[in-house]
Ligand binder design. Sequence first.
Ligand code: TA6
Length: 296
Amino acid sequence: IVGQGGSQKVVATLPSGESVEVLLFGATVTSWKSNGGKTENLWVSEKADLTGTKAVRGGIPVVFPVFGPPPKSGHATSSLPQHGFARASRWEFLGKSTVEDALESDSVKLDFGLDRQGLSDEARKAWPLDFGLVYSVTLSKDKLQTVITVRNEGDESFEFQFLLHTYFRIQDISKVAITGLSGTEYIDKVLDATTHTQSDNTLKITGEVDRVYKDIKQDTTSITEDGKPRFDVVRDNVKDTVTWNPWIQKAKAMGDFAPDDGYKNMVCVEIGAVDGWQKLEKGEVWEGGMLVKSLL
Ligand code: TA6
């Protein structure tokens, strides 16, 4: 663990040089280097708040128990902030375990926990339910696995949404395509949340994109650069993926998004369970997450 207070983070490095950094605030992965540590795979805004007072603009923010603006009514999440409290709470570091695997090469797993006691008073008031989260970040040679378990510790069932709001670093947005979504229905939040079907197998980003792809049949969504595979994002027990790029105006409008033209170097491909709600009965546990392969 390095740093003090809100900027405390856990850093883990493999013997071959790959590394991962996780801010305790939000259990936000703020750096993932593959390729012997030479390739940074995540984008973090130059004006991201890394002092634990605001959700990080970049890396992998953990979105729980609600995705997007809270529902107007009918859900316990109605008075939570956009994207819920997980990404803006201080998590506990539960520990590190390493696996020496001759075949796979080494891997290191970092575990983080958040429960009701760890919430701010306002979050506890806004979501008065008893829960336990364990978030595991596992680094291996060219992969990063991030998986959450959600446990209902209370006496009543509750519903939640979950998403990993991953900002992938790319060289040039005009050379990027997202593949593996063909035939999938999506809500287009740029076109007033109407529902469409993705006909082409590749989605190119030529302006603001904010789409919620639902119930995707295949488990892998890929990002290509210049026609070459760059990332494979494999969903684990979640069926939805959000694609987002703020483009010029929205990038300029976000105070913590810098540089202004940073939208050219990032693309968000966000796996999650956000179409509808996951219901968890008393004592039940739900698990979901992703395995990302860096192909550079
Ligand atoms: O994931 C896409 C999205 O829901 C966009 O609509 C945009 O709001 C983005 O998340 C960023 O949200 P934030 O609360 O982090 O500014």
